[in-house]
Design a protein. Structure first.
Lengths: 262, 382
């Protein structure tokens, strides 16, 4: 191969297949409560939204890469038919198609990772993106488990992602600094703040979302490995004591005598 | 019959809410205080597709229905009713008038720019001495070869200074002849066309209201919409739809004020309990909620008739009359519930109270709506 030809190949933008895992989480203003002896989250009257890390960073960055280089963005969700309306939002933002794995009961991270693994294996995706965590359970489990199940590398907490040819350059925020690394596709990557700007779907997107494919697939039926024994709410915040700015000595006295912090 | 929001409406509401929280809410009071007309925000709303909501996609619009239009207006107006007024005037009056009565060439010329929000539209019927009595308008147009020459002025015009293009109804025939008026499209920059005084208003302060002045303004005959003499009849049809949008604007104010009042009534404690637990406040909230629901039903009923192509002059007047009165009453009750805090600008109800009054005046006063309704009833449309 001539030098020019190999140069061309390296820099040629690759048509990529992106899979973005999207989770539904309660709207951030939801009042949290539990049922069944505090073993289950109370779904009653909960407004569900796309997990912001999945939507704002993973999905939008996948769309940006697709728009720059060509490709196809599929979103995947594990859950019941009621999720379809929220999944449509991902299509309205710009995803090309959606897959919903029809799981109706409770499922832990392992069960969800196993279900997505089955879809991911057969789909031949170049990049599988997800948020760094969901804002309800904050587990950050899924990416690692999924990567292991489908035997791909996993890059976590990425704040920047660029692709040239088959190689991605990724920035990760690490304690006190940044780590820059490269990885060849395919891989699984979890996305954090900084990767993209949230997009608001436009009216055209909303209209076209109705006609984009939302394929429902039967679950593998992989069971959960964990079960919840109990949920607990954090203790209620105690009342705030206001101290006049003219009396700093009173603050010191309270911190010393009541809070016993100094 | 289905009274639920469709999946589309739910998604549109969510989208507009997200946009409004980020791009509108932080600036509402600043725009209000300084009477800043936020053209840049209207351009952004255009990118979302909200400046050509009813216009088909082929002309650069969103191709949505009146139900979806109402949904979007309510969500914008809950956050800033003044901006909602601008969106409503741009969509229902200017853009819709051109779209409905223009020929294909004219549509191609103006609609894509308006529907995308690149251009802001104005619509001029009212004059200093002729409001509801438009038949006596003094603004005249005389034909001069391939041109029409317009002389006169229009006032209380939304986007009278900043509008890139205006639909103007001018007299081309006899005084009081309903077929003696014609609709013209006048582009900004046309010699003889200028913006006049910007009004300093009680409410709706970020929405620009100004005079439009025509001084030997020469407009090519290609800018006549429909037939010469059709302008007044066209305007009346446009106002039928416009009333629905003012009803939606009214609902947005009522809902915004009501939600603020509910929140406050649950949080504010007096005599050892939230004031919502006192029947005096609870009953007020009950009245507000009931009236808002009734206003919504009337408005969606008028929209439904419009979408089915039925004549809905009476229903749109019902909706506009009732919803606008409800907006004033609910905003008034909300201020009362918030008491002293309702009277200051740190809480949103003070602005809703000021903005609401426009709704019983603009695009036909409540009295004119009653006139329209009674005439329809007496014509046999019981």
């Amino acid at each position: 191969m001539s030098k020019l030809a190999s140069h061309f190949l390296i820099n040629k933008n690759k048509f990529m297949k992106f899979l973005v895992c999207i989770s539904l989480v309660p709207d951030t203003t939801t009042k949290i409560s539990f049922v069944d002896n505090d073993t289950k989250f109370n779904n009653d009257k909960v407004q569900w939204i796309l997990n912001p890390y999945d939507e704002w960073y993973a999905l939008v960055r996948a769309l940006e890469l697709k728009e720059a280089n060509g490709g196809n963005v599929t979103v995947v969700n594990v859950g019941p038919a009621e999720n379809d309306q929220v999944i449509r939002k991902a299509l309205a933002i710009g995803a090309d198609d959606a897959i919903r794995i029809d799981v109706t009961g409770d499922a832990d991270s392992f069960a969800i990772a196993s279900e997505i693994a089955a879809v991911a294996k057969s789909g031949g995706y170049d990049m599988i993106l997800l948020g760094k965590e969901t804002i309800n359970y904050n587990g950050s489990n899924l990416g690692g488990m999924l990567a292991e199940l489908i035997d791909l590398p996993f890059i976590s907490y990425a704040s920047k992602l660029d692709v040239a040819g088959n190689t991605a350059t990724i920035e990760r925020d690490i304690e006190g600094g940044k780590e820059v690394l490269t990885a060849d596709v395919p891989f699984v990557i979890s996305c954090a703040k900084g990767m993209a700007e949230a997009r608001i779907p436009n009216m055209k997107g909303i209209m076209s979302a109705k006609t984009k494919p939302l394929n429902v697939v039967a679950p593998q039926g992989v069971g959960s490995l964990t079960s919840v024994v109990k949920y607990e709410l954090p203790p209620a915040k105690s009342a705030c004591k206001m101290i006049s700015a003219d009396h700093p000595e009173e603050l010191i006295r309270l911190l010393h005598e009541e809070a016993k912090m100094i | 019959m289905n009274f639920e929001y469709s999946e589309n409406q739910q998604m549109i509401a969510q989208t507009v809410r997200d946009f409004a929280e980020k791009h509108i809410r932080p600036y509402v009071m600043e725009w209000d205080e300084t009477q800043h007309f936020p053209v840049e925000t209207l351009h952004k709303l255009g990118e979302l597709g909200l400046m050509g909501i009813l216009i088909p996609e082929a002309y650069g619009g969103a191709g949505l229905s009146y139900n979806e239009y109402i949904t979007a207006l309510i969500e914008i107006g809950k956050v800033d009713s003044a901006l909602c007024l601008s969106v409503a005037a741009h969509n229902s009056l200017c853009t819709n008038h051109i779209y409905k009565f223009a020929n294909e060439e004219q549509r191609k010329r103006w609609i894509p720019k308006l529907a995308s929000g690149q251009w802001i539209g104005a619509w001029g019927l009212t004059e200093p001495n002729t409001g509801s009595d438009a038949g006596r308008m003094k603004c005249v147009a005389h034909q001069d070869g391939d041109y029409w020459v317009i002389n006169g002025s229009k006032n209380f015009i939304t986007h009278g200074i900043s509008g890139n293009v205006a639909v103007v109804i001018a007299r081309t025939g006899e005084l009081l002849d309903s077929h003696g008026m014609t609709a013209f499209v006048v582009e900004r920059g046309t010699p003889g066309f200028s913006g006049g005084k910007k009004e300093n208003k009680l409410g709706m302060r970020c929405s620009e209201t100004a005079e439009m002045i025509f001084d030997n303004c020469k407009v090519p005959k290609e800018n006549v919409l429909g037939q010469v003499g059709d302008g007044f009849v066209q305007a009346m049809k446009i106002l039928d739809g416009g009333r629905i949008s003012i009803a939606a604007l009214s609902i947005s104010i009522a809902v915004g004020a009501y939600e603020a009042a509910v929140k406050y009534a649950k949080e504010r404690e007096q005599f050892g309990k939230p004031i919502a637990d006192f029947q005096a406040i609870g009953f007020k909230l009950a009245d507000m909620a009931t009236e808002i629901e009734a206003a919504k039903l009337l408005t969606f009923q008028a929209a439904d008739m419009m979408m089915r192509g039925e004549k809905m002059t009476k229903q749109s007047a019902f909706a506009k009359y009732y919803a606008s009165e409800v907006a004033c009453k609910v905003a008034n009750d909300a201020v009362q519930i918030l008491g002293g805090y309702g009277y200051i600008k740190d809480f949103p109800v003070e602005k809703f109270y000021r903005d609401a009054k426009l709704c019983t005046i603009g695009e036909g006063t409540s009295e004119i709506q009653k006139l329209v309704i009674s005439r329809e009833i007496l014509k046999g449309n019981i």
